[in-house]
Structure formats: C-alpha cells, structure tokens
Design a protein around this ligand. Structure first.
Ligand code: ZN
Length: 309
C-alpha cells in the first residue's frame, strides 16, 4: 500500500485526483497505475485499469487469478467490473469512496454472488494516509478555485514578485515583443529587491490565492498606475480587473480625478476594456532595445454637477 500511496502522490503532483494502485503477484509488483484522467483526457485512465493492463502485459494473460490489487481508494464501478473480469483474487483498499465506491459503499460489485467470480476484500489498510491524501488534494483544489484575496504588500514578497514579473513578460508578451526586447524589459538576472523598491512607498496590492501570489499592482502618489502583472497561469480570470478596480478606488480616495498608466501592446486591450483611452504612443529605450507602449488615462469621477460649495 505504501507503493500505491507513492503513485497516488504522483497523480496529485499532476493535479489529478490522487489514486494509486499496484498489483502484486507472488512477492513482486507486476502492475502500477495512478489516476491520469484529466491529463490523458480519458475516463479509462483510472489507476486500477492502468495497473491491470500493465500486470496482464507482464504476466502474458488477461486472467490475474493469483494476484492481489492494492489501491488507495475503494474502486469505482468501472474498475470494480474490470477487477472481477480479470478474476483478481484479492483487493486491498485504503479508504472508502462514499460517492462511487463499488466494494460495498454504493454497490458491492466485488462480492456479487450472481457473478461467476468474487473477490476477497480487505479495507482500511493505511486508511488515514489514503484519506488524508484525498482530503488534502480537494482542500488545495478548493483554494485554487477560490477568488483571490487582495492584501497589502510586504517586503518578503519581493522574490515572488520579481519571479512573477519575469515569467509573465516572457510567457505572455511573446506575440508582441521580440525575445531581445523581452530580455531588455525583464532581464534574467534581475535584482528582486531593487526592482521592488517602488512598492515600498507606493500603494501596492498583492492578489493572493491560497498561499500563492497570482498578481500585483501599484499606484503612485501622483495617481499613476505603475505596474500591473498577473501570473501567467492565472490570466483571464478577472484578477487584473480586481486589482485595477481597487487602485481606481484608492486614486479617487487620494483626490485624483483621473488615473494614468503606461501600457504594453499586450495589455492595451485590457485597459481599453477598463475605460482607458490612449493619450500617446511611446517608444521606450531599455538596455539598447526600443519597445512600443502607450500612455493611457481614465477619468475617475463619474458624478455630474459640482457639489462643492
Ligand atoms: Zn475507477
């Protein structure tokens, strides 16, 4: 079961529901599998089916009558059916699957007396570890799905912020800027603390999801939106809009009637959608490279008629 748990961890590492399975013949593992349903885009890629196929190939027979199958989670109807078909002698599983388990939870396919084969079932082996593997996975899955939270900047964020900046520039702007331009804009050997210096005195917000920084933005005292970056793995989820809305509110609270920003070719459509207009096109020199960007602005006051008396 330890071997099956290790395989389940491999599934979790690939963002797959962590189920692992090994098939033992004599004292030798002849089949291994872990869930890869999403990666392979196939419902057939459950841990048990992969292990059954590998065991059959190793033993040269579809019948696996002398084999014991260890799986971290109670088998689903599909896998339980295949286990009966393969005539597996014994199944050992870790934790129950209340929503789909077919070794007693929903159905008892492994011990259906009307079938021509019944399987000996042992449950609860390393149950706590197997259950924790599942609950930890779903907990972090829910955290990833939860909306990001905005918080204040802290100096210890610097390494993550600089890394996010570097990765985002190189991954997201490639269609609009050459590699040499991107390298000039976001050099490999950037010093995180130096690059993050403006955040110390600006109004700087960090978007965090779970324990991961997924975006950040800063506003100068003069009402200029200085930087806005969203993690390359979290684009088009509304994080940039969440950050800009918060900066607009702050700029307004600071008494500004408009906000300005220097915007890349890549980010221009986003800023247009946020109500910004182009003031001018710029050609900016960075380390000998010329990059096009736009100075854009947006009105912040929407009220008509002065109420100041
Ligand atoms: Zn299954």
């Amino acid at each position: 079961m330890q071997a099956a748990l290790s395989l389940a961890a491999e599934a979790a590492a690939q963002d797959e529901v962590p189920v692992g399975c090994v098939i033992v013949h004599g004292d030798e593992i002849v089949g291994r599998g872990f869930n890869l349903r999403n990666t392979m885009k196939s419902v057939l890629c459950h841990a048990e089916l992969t292990a059954l196929a590998e065991a059959s190939a190793a033993l040269g027979d579809w019948r696996l009558e002398d084999c014991t199958l260890y799986v971290t989670v109670e088998p689903c109807p599909m896998c339980a059916g295949a286990i009966v078909q393969a005539r597996i002698k014994e199944v050992v599983f870790g934790t129950r699957n209340r929503k789909a388990g077919c070794a007693g939870s929903i159905l008892d396919i492994l011990n259906e007396p009307r079938f021509n084969h019944q399987v000996t079932v042992i449950e609860g082996v390393l149950a706590d570890e197997c259950a924790a593997m599942m609950s930890n996975f779903f907990k972090s899955f829910r955290q990833k799905k939860a909306a990001p939270v905005l918080r204040s900047y802290r100096a210890e964020d610097n390494p993550q912020l600089a890394a996010l900046f570097f990765e985002t520039i190189h991954a997201v702007t490639a269609a609009d800027y050459t590699e040499a331009q991107r390298e000039a804009w976001a050099p490999q050997n950037i010093d995180a603390d130096t690059w993050c210096t403006p955040f110390l005195h600006d109004y700087t917000l960090i978007a965090e999801q779970g324990n991961t920084i997924v975006g950040f933005a800063n506003l100068t005292a003069g009402g200029h939106l200085d930087r806005l970056y969203v993690h390359k793995g979290h684009q088009r989820k509304g994080i940039a809009a969440q950050l800009t809305a918060a900066l607009h509110a702050q700029a307004q609270a600071d008494g500004h009637s408009e906000i300005t920003a220097d915007v890349s070719i890549t980010a221009k459509p986003f800023f247009l959608a946020q109500g910004y207009t182009v003031v001018q096109e710029n050609r900016v020199e960075r380390a000998g490279q010329y990059l096009t960007n736009y100075t854009m602005k947006r009105q912040l006051t929407t009220h008509t008629g002065g109420r100041k008396q």
